[in-house]
Design a protein around this ligand. Structure first.
Ligand SMILES: [Zn+2]
Length: 230
């Protein structure tokens, strides 16, 4: 299933830049959750399109290193494919190929009390048997008002600036906005709804690491918007 997020861009066609975007809760959740992505995941996502800086070299060094130099209890994937933190469904846009694991716990088959492990090779200190019996994990009750999930509330439309400053839209008047952007020709403004799929989200992620014109740069690559930037 291809997940997408959308936003409505306000583009100044005269200066060829995105002034800001109006977005729903889902889009803001997606952006905020970028902060929870492991660095190795970011490198792997951007790998295809080139990564700035030298972190990609660290990644590649592990990839190339012969297993014989690595501790027997470690695997390369621990560092190269870290497990994304739980509760990040809205970044699933960027985590298509990642495994999210359920938490599994184990006890010994002897039912010794109060002993539980997260690794089935553990030995029960009470009866000395391997703790291989799966114990069912019980999630805490859902916190109230979290039925809509994600991070921010869906009560307002959010405003995303070109440099990814995010705030609730409702608190800003349109006159303040036009002054803020020093807009002299309202006629030069155009609204454009864009959908971001995996590809565009990756471009946005890349732009966010190296630019303060993230929306302008990543949306000039979206085909039906790019004509406005020519
Ligand atoms: Zn035991």
């Amino acid at each position: 299933m291809e997940m997408t997020v959308s936003m409505k861009l306000l583009i100044d066609t005269r200066t060829k830049r995105v002034l800001f975007a109006e977005a729903s809760k889902e889009t803001v959740d997606f952006l905020f959750h970028i902060l929870s992505l492991p660095v190795a995941t970011v490198i792997r996502l951007l790998g295809k399109q080139g990564m700035v800086g030298s972190l990609a070299n660290l990644y590649e060094s592990i990839e190339k290193m012969n297993e014989s130099y690595i501790q027997p209890n470690q695997t390369k994937d621990t560092l190269l494919k870290p497990i994304a933190p739980v509760g990040t469904s809205s970044v699933s846009l960027l985590l298509m190929d990642d495994v999210t694991t359920d938490r599994t716990f184990y006890r010994c088959g002897h039912n010794c009390t109060y002993r539980v492990s997260d690794d089935p090779s553990s030995i029960c200190p009470q009866c000395n048997r391997k703790m291989t019996t799966v114990v069912q994990y019980v999630a805490p009750p859902e916190k109230q008002a979290s039925t809509e999930g994600g991070f921010v509330k869906g009560v307002v439309t959010y405003m995303i600036m070109d440099n990814l400053v995010v705030k609730p839209m409702s608190t800003i008047s349109s006159i303040t906005l036009l002054n803020l952007f020093n807009v002299k020709e309202v006629g030069a403004l155009q609204e454009k709804e864009v959908n971001l799929g995996m590809d565009e989200a990756t471009k946005l992620l890349k732009a966010s690491l190296q630019s303060e014109k993230v929306l302008t740069e990543s949306s000039s690559l979206v085909s039906d918007v790019s004509t406005l930037f020519c």
